[in-house]
Design a protein around this ligand. Structure first.
Ligand SMILES: [Mg+2]
Length: 128
């Protein structure tokens, strides 16, 4: 998959890099990697930039991922763009809420590049 513009939202800069690397290993050729450390920053970015994929953490200060997801759907930002949430092991409720709020998929931490490939690639392919 060529020429993908991705927005990675996570309060951990280390995790943002891990996600970026996993997306590249999954076969996505990323031409732009936008990073945000909170939902607030993510929304600001989406008001200014077009992206093809959004990957967002759930637990973040200064607007968590679920609020970010609901807000971007409410503002009709990135309407056609797949959103994949990153969850922790014990957050079944979060997964349900994310999918009900307009996320197309989720990845559970800790994840492997293969899991990212399985979960994320079909969404990007379907959207392009
Ligand atoms: Mg976090």
């Amino acid at each position: 998959m060529n020429g993908i513009r991705v927005l990675i939202v996570d309060d951990s800069s280390v995790m943002r890099k891990i996600v970026e690397r996993a997306l590249r290993q999954a076969g996505l050729e990323l031409t732009h990697v936008f990073e945000a450390s909170s939902g607030v920053e993510g929304l600001e970015l989406l008001r200014a930039e077009r992206v093809d994929l959004i990957v967002s953490d759930i637990n973040m200060p200064n607007m968590d991922g679920l609020t970010f997801l609901k807000q971007l759907r409410t503002e009709d930002l990135a309407a056609e763009v797949p959103v994949v949430m990153i969850t922790t092991e014990s957050s079944e409720d979060h997964v349900r809420e994310a999918l009900a709020s307009g996320a197309q998929g989720y990845i559970r931490k800790p994840f492997t590049a293969d899991q990212v490939k399985e979960r994320v690639l079909p969404l990007v392919e379907a959207a392009v």
